[in-house]
Design a protein around this ligand. Structure first.
Ligand code: GDP
Ligand code: MG
Length: 210
């Protein structure tokens, strides 16, 4: 009971063009598998990973799209209550990098966070393994510059295929999600409402006419 109470649930959503490796990254991180059959085929919308950050028990609830990103038509439930948005592009695919602006804007429009300029984002440049880096078209410098224009978003480069930097990237995501100020407000107000309920449910004292 105590551990449940102290566990922080963080909702993370993963956005980016179709084919950049979103599902592969999640599968590598959660199942340590590349090419594993994705759970969406049995109807799940998210996968979870439990971890500890500075003595805090954290559950990362990572939401993936099941191909709807092609149509930019992700439902409101996908965005609702997100604590961190992970944007993914493929370092070998210029278009997937250029579309990041659209995904960034789309997230802010749909999720409508209280303070958009403070909302935690993380950028991942995936598929660094392809052809030993020879087909790469977006430099890390260019990616970091883009992150700078969006309020210094943390940037990670990964290979979901070779399992390079995937754990580090999601650990960064967890840290960023924990920093979501409005999450803290939410937890706090939930605690408050719990104590209000306790007070309301207190049995009336016998013999009291008030
Ligand atoms: P999503 O549409 O963004 O979810 O992308 P997927 O995870 O379905 O990956 C699209 C394709 O890219 C699949 O064929 C993956 O096997 C491949 N892929 C994903 N990540 C990597 C990577 O890091 N390196 C390489 N070489 N291929 C990858
Ligand atoms: Mg996918």
């Amino acid at each position: 009971m105590e551990s449940l109470k102290n566990r922080t649930l963080l909702k993370v959503i993963v956005l980016g063009d179709s084919g950049v490796g979103k599902t592969s990254l999640m599968n590598q991180y959660v199942y340590k598998k590349f090419n594993r059959q994705y759970k969406a085929t049995i109807g799940a919308d998210f996968v979870t990973k439990e971890l500890h950050i500075e003595d805090k028990a954290v559950t990362l609830q990572i939401w993936d799209t099941a191909g709807q990103e092609r149509f930019h038509s992700l439902g409101a439930a996908f965005y609702r209550g997100a604590d961190c948005c992970v944007l993914v592009y493929d370092v070998n695919n210029l278009k997937s990098f250029e579309t990041l602006n659209t995904w960034h804007m789309e997230f802010l429009k749909q999720a409508n966070p209280v303070e958009p300029e403070k909302f935690p984002f993380v950028l991942i440049g995936n598929k660094t393994d392809v052809d030993g880096g020879n087909t790469r078209v977006v430099s890390d410098k260019r990616a970091v510059e883009w992150c700078g224009t969006k309020g210094n978003i943390p940037y990670y480069e990964t290979s979901a295929k070779e399992n390079i930097n995937v754990d580090e990237a999601f650990l960064g995501v967890a840290h960023k999600a924990l920093s979501n100020e409005h999450k803290q407000d939410y937890i706090y107000s939930r605690d408050l409402s719990a104590s209000v309920t306790d007070i309301l449910e207190e049995p009336s004292r016998p013999g009291c006419s008030c």
